[in-house]
Design a binder for this molecule. Structure first.
Ligand code: HEC
Length: 256
């Protein structure tokens, strides 16, 4: 190992290798609070996308696709994903913090370095959105993403990167927050681009262009606790099934 640097402001701007937080920060027991917003003090490792491609080919491609656009709608697209998030999830499968017998068996063969490399590789691939099926683009779902549901659910855009070309729609500007988050933070300029959410959340996944069935599955798991997340658990539990489905359909029809 030995290659440490500072977290980049825009990981996606780096060319062949991506820097992201590992070790004492992301992936450890105190992960959620470990990285300050902007990550300025976080020690990070540079993963090798070139090595990562070899690992992807051998270990991940059969299900996630070599380009990271999984053909099955129940398996997540890894292409274009936040590398710090990918790395953290791989570690979570290994420790059991995120339960999946299939993924636990697969990551057992990977070193930390392999995980960092694979995460770097997939982050650099281009995510192809699902073909838009019209209905996905519902105004109600877009509203949930940017504004949340008053008094019940915070705006997803408070933490997650907005779809390409979709700033908060007219009439919603300055209104975001949905009650829980407050703070009028929005659009692509927010934390999502940097990969770090508010100081207490850890790395935040990029949702636009992801398979809707996968997203719905994860929201359901957050809601009933099968996937433990102090952040997403209460958010998903406060949404009803039709709201989860609508926001997932909206996201899958957009581009990152
Ligand atoms: C306070 C910040 C915050 C807000 C607000 C938020 N999220 Fe999240 N979300 C996160 C974090 C952090 C994770 C990663 C959780 C983990 O590590 O398991 C996440 C994970 C997810 C995932 C799992 C994605 C995957 O690739 O497995 C989905 C789906 C999701 N969020 C949807 C939403 C939706 C829909 C909303 C709005 C209704 C929302 N989130 C609001 C921070 C947030």
């Amino acid at each position: 190992m030995g290659i440490f640097t500072r977290i980049s402001r825009r990981w996606s701007a780096q060319c062949c290798a991506l820097a992201f937080a590992v070790g004492a920060g992301i992936g450890s027991a105190q992960t959620p609070a470990a990285a300050p917003m902007g990550g300025s003090a976080a020690a990070v490792r540079v993963g090798s996308a070139r090595q990562g491609r070899l690992i992807a080919k051998k270990t991940c491609a059969a299900y996630h696709g070599l380009g990271g656009n999984a053909p099955s709608a129940r398996i997540p697209k890894l292409a274009g994903q936040n590398p710090a998030y990918l790395y953290r999830q791989l570690r979570a499968f290994r420790t059991g913090a995120r339960r999946s017998p299939v993924m636990a068996a697969i990551v057992a063969s990977l070193s930390d370095r392999d995980m960092a490399d694979a995460a770097s590789y997939f982050a650099l691939q281009r995510r192809r959105p699902d073909p838009s099926r019209g209905a996905g683009r519902s105004a109600a779902a877009e509203r949930i993403f940017f504004m949340g549901i008053a008094g019940r659910v915070p705006a997803c855009a408070g933490c997650h990167q907005s779809p390409a070309g979709r700033g908060a729609p007219r009439g919603m500007r300055g209104m975001m927050g949905g009650g829980m988050m407050g703070g009028g933070m929005m659009g692509r300029g927010m934390m999502g681009r940097r990969g770090m959410g508010p100081a207490t959340t850890g790395p935040v996944p990029i949702l636009p262009g992801q398979h809707a069935p996968y997203l719905i599955g994860q929201l359901n798991r957050f809601a009933d606790g099968r996937r433990a997340s102090p952040v997403m658990g209460p958010i998903a539990a406060n949404m009803d099934a039709s709201e989860r489905t609508a926001v997932a359909a909206y996201l899958s029809a957009t581009s990152p």
